[in-house]
Ligand binder design. Sequence first.
Ligand code: FES
Length: 65
Amino acid sequence: MIVCSCNVIRAEQIRDAARRGADEVEAAYALLGCRVQCGGCEDHAEAILTSERTCHRLAFAPRAA
Ligand code: FES
């Protein structure tokens, strides 16, 4: 699914950027070699980043003994 039509960025690319440490949209797009242009995708991209960070945190959280 294309999230950013200006840069033709798919949701999976944004998830991958989050797993590589991007904590905001601008950082994610920079990892992908582009930058925010019109800004129309920022809310959706941010939601994907937040979701991926939450999943990653839960997956790697220490388990209670
Ligand atoms: S749709 Fe992403 S910058 Fe325009």
